[in-house]
Design a protein around this ligand. Structure first.
Ligand code: TRP
Length: 448
C-alpha cells in the first residue's frame, strides 16, 4: 500500500467523515422541501425504505471497490480492468465532484451570509442579496477556501480530524434548534402534516423523487464512497460502518423536518414553498420569536458546518485522483482543483440576478428543470443526471466486471456475517439497483 495516500485513524473517524459527507444541504435544505412538495410523511416512509433497500447495498459496493484497490474511482477501475472503457465511470465521478462542488458551495455561501444576518437581526431581502455580486462572490470564495483548507491537511489530519469536531457540534446545535421549534404555537399541526402518512399523495413521481433524494443524500453515484473506502484498512467493517452512516444520515434528515415543519405551520406558510423555505421562511420566523435570532444564528452555523463536511468530500474525489495518478503533492493539487471549481462556479454564483445572461440562460427545457438560472441547470445536469448515470455505470461495473463474488470476499473481510446476505446483495447490485436507477434516469430525462 502507498502510505502517502493517507488512511483513517479510527473506525469512528471514518464514520464521522462519511456521515459528514452524507449529511449536508441535502438533508436540511433539500429534504424538507422535497418532502413538503411530495406529501410529507408518506414520502418520508418511502424514502427510508429506499435508503436501506437500495442506497445502503450500493454504498457497500462503492466502499468495497475503494478498499480493495486503495485507489480513487479512476484508479480503482483501472486496477480491476486495466485499459478498459469502464474508466469513463471514474472520470465521470471526478468531473461530477468538481461540478457539484461548483454550485453547492454557492448555496453554502448563502448560509454564511445568514449567520451574519441573524446576528444583526435582519431576516429579509434574500432575493436582492443573492443578486449582489459583491456579497455572494466573496462568500462563495470563502466557502471554497475553507473546504480547500481542510482537504489540504490530508485524510486523517484534515478530513477526519475536522469531521470529528464538526459533526458533534452540528448534532448538539440541531437538537437545540428542534427543542425550540417544537415549543412554537402551531408545532403540532406541522408535526401532523410531517408525520401522519397520506398514501393518496403517493404517485410514481413521488417514488422517483424519493429514490433520487436517497442517492444524493447518501453521497452516492460519483465514487465518493470509493474514495473514502480507499482510506479504510482491511480489517474495518464495511457493513456496520455503512449502516451507521445511513442511520445518521436518515435520522438527521428526519430531524431537520422536525424544525422546518413546525416552524412553517407556526408562520402559516405553505409547506410546498420549495427551495426558498430555509432562506426565506425560517429567518422571518427566527426574527419574530423572542430569542429567535440566537437560535437562527445557531441554525445557520449548523447548516454551514453540514455543508462544509460535504464539500470536503466533493473536493476529495478529484484531489485523490490527481494525487494517485500524477503523484503530485496534496497541498498543490488541492488549491488547483479548488480554483478550477471556483471558476466553474462563477456562472452559478452570478445566476441569481447578478448577471441577466446567466440568470435566464435556460439549457434544459422547463419540463425538466424548473428554474431558468444557471445554478438550476448545473444542479440538474450534475446532481440529477450525472449521479444517476454514475450509479448505473458503477453498479454494473462492480456487479458484472469486478463481480459481486469478488466484492463479497472484500466485504467479508472485517464483516464475516456478510456471508449470510451476500446472495441477495449480489442480486441487488447486479440487477435491481442498475435497473431502478436507469428507470429514474429515463424519467428525469422526460423519456418515460
Ligand atoms: N450528500 C450531501 C448532501 O446531502 C451532498 C454530497 C456530498 C454529495 N458529496 C456528494 C452528493 C457526492 C452526491 C455525491 O448534502
Amino acid at each position: 500500500m502507498d502510505v502517502n495516500r493517507g488512511q483513517w485513524n479510527s473506525k469512528i473517524g471514518f464514520i464521522m467523515a462519511a456521515a459528514g459527507s452524507a449529511i449536508g444541504l441535502g438533508n436540511i435544505w433539500r429534504f424538507p422541501y422535497v418532502a413538503g412538495e411530495n406529501g410529507g410523511a408518506a414520502f418520508v416512509l418511502i424514502y427510508v425504505v429506499f435508503v436501506f433497500a437500495i442506497g445502503l447495498p450500493y454504498m457497500f459496493a462503492e466502499l468495497s471497490l475503494g478498499r480493495a484497490t486503495q485507489k480513487n474511482p479512476v484508479g480503482a477501475i483501472h486496477a480491476i480492468l486495466p485499459g478498459s472503457v469502464w474508466k469513463v465511470a471514474g472520470y465521470l465521478g471526478v468531473f461530477i465532484g468538481i461540478g457539484i462542488l461548483s454550485f453547492y458551495a454557492v448555496i453554502a455561501g448563502w448560509t454564511l451570509l445568514y449567520i451574519y444576518k441573524m446576528i444583526v437581526g435582519d431576516p429579509g431581502g434574500f432575493g436582492e442579496l443573492i443578486a449582489e455580486p459583491a456579497i455572494v462572490v466573496p462568500l462563495f470564495a470563502i466557502f471554497i477556501a475553507l473546504t480547500a483548507f481542510v482537504v489540504h491537511k490530508g485524510v486523517a489530519e484534515g478530513i477526519e480530524k475536522w469531521s470529528k469536531i464538526l459533526m458533534p457540534v452540528f448534532f448538539i446545535m440541531l437538537l437545540g434548534t428542534i427543542i425550540f421549534a417544537l415549543t412554537l404555537d402551531g408545532a403540532s399541526k406541522g408535526l401532523t402534516f410531517y408525520l401522519h402518512p397520506d398514501f393518496s399523495k403517493i404517485t410514481w413521481s413521488v417514488v422517483l423523487a424519493a429514490l433520487g433524494q436517497a442517492f444524493f443524500s447518501l453521497s452516492l453515484g460519483m465514487g465518493t464512497m470509493i474514495t473514502y473506502g480507499s482510506y479504510l484498512s482491511k480489517d474495518d467493517n464495511i457493513v456496520t460502518s455503512g449502516i451507521s452512516v445511513a442511520i445518521f444520515d436518515t435520522v438527521i434528515a428526519i430531524m431537520a423536518g422536525l424544525i422546518i415543519f413546525p416552524a412553517l405551520f407556526a408562520m402559516g406558510e405553505d409547506p410546498s414553498s420549495g427551495p426558498l423555505l430555509v432562506f426565506v421562511v425560517l429567518p422571518k420566523l427566527f426574527a419574530a420569536m423572542p430569542g429567535g435570532l440566537i437560535v437562527g444564528a445557531i441554525f445557520f452555523i449548523l447548516l454551514s458546518v453540514a455543508a462544509l463536511t460535504s464539500t470536503i468530500s466533493l473536493l476529495e474525489v478529484p484531489v485523490s485522483y490527481v494525487i494517485d495518478e500524477f503523484k503530485m503533492s496534496r497541498p498543490k493539487v488541492v488549491w488547483i482543483v479548488a480554483l478550477i471549481s471556483f471558476l466553474m462556479g462563477i456562472p452559478s454564483v452570478l445566476s441569481q440576478g447578478a448577471s441577466h445572461f446567466y440568470s435566464t440562460l435556460r439549457i434544459f427545457p422547463q419540463s425538466l428543470v424548473d428554474g431558468p438560472d444557471f445554478l438550476s441547470q448545473m444542479s440538474f445536469f450534475f446532481g440529477d443526471i450525472g449521479l444517476a448515470v454514475g450509479a448505473v455505470l458503477l453498479s454494473l461495473f462492480i456487479g458484472w466486471k469486478w463481480t459481486t463474488a469478488k466484492a463479497s470476499v472484500e466485504i467479508e473481510n472485517g464483516a464475516p456475517g456478510f456471508v449470510k446476505i451476500k446472495g441477495i446483495w449480489g442480486i441487488l447490485v447486479k440487477f435491481v439497483i442498475p435497473l431502478v436507477i436507469f428507470i429514474v434516469l429515463l424519467t428525469t430525462l422526460g423519456i418515460v
